[in-house]
Design a protein around this ligand. Sequence first.
Ligand SMILES: C[S@@+](CC[C@H](N)C(=O)[O-])C[C@H]1O[C@@H](n2cnc3c(N)ncnc32)[C@H](O)[C@@H]1O
Length: 215
Amino acid sequence: MEHSFWHSKWQKNEIGFHEPKGNALLVKHAQYLLGTMPNSARIFVPLCGKTRDIAWLLSQGASVVGAELSEVAVTQLFEELGEAPSISQTPTGKIFHKENLTVFVGDIFKLTANDIGAVTGVYDRAALVALPDAMRSLYASHIVEITESAPQLIVSFEYDQSRMPGPPFSVNEATVESLYGDTYVITRLERSVLEGKLKGKVDADNLVFHLKGNS
Ligand SMILES: C[S@@+](CC[C@H](N)C(=O)[O-])C[C@H]1O[C@@H](n2cnc3c(N)ncnc32)[C@H](O)[C@@H]1O
């Protein structure tokens, strides 16, 4: 999608993807992301929006690094956390920071491994599925590069793409395998019916994957 598509969604508050209570599948499968010592976890959340999952990860003791195009989203994220961030300007965009949370505002494709620093895991909910097919392999290799192949927890949807245009796009197990199979051992942790359907219209399944380094 063009950047203008997402900027417009945030400007108009058309954010049906946002889950005010956070994502239950993160809580259910968190051990794959946080391990046994959440206090030592530093989790990268690509395309983070203002997800409440960040509040939950912080509440578990993890540090979080986010990346989000929209400054509207990041401003609301901190407001809803009740935190006043320090904001710094870099050549590639602003950085919002408060204690264990750092969020880069701007195009994720401009971020480097050096920018985000070492992370112990990647939490992708509605990131891969937000991207059209043509961008996904570029995105996947970029994530592998900037996180130095950190393990991932991916929450995606599978549905009949002919019934609805994305986003969210359908990202099934074969797609995850084709994007990440060379880098990770991929385990599907869950397939379950999406309650209330996608956008209330289309039958869909939730899929959750754990991606672990294969070396
Ligand atoms: C479907 S939303 C998901 C947000 C969040 N992960 C959640 O679960 O609520 C996708 C988000 O990706 C952001 N985004 C899209 N393209 C981006 C890019 N190139 N760099 C950074 N963020 C981007 C959008 O602004 C939007 O907030």
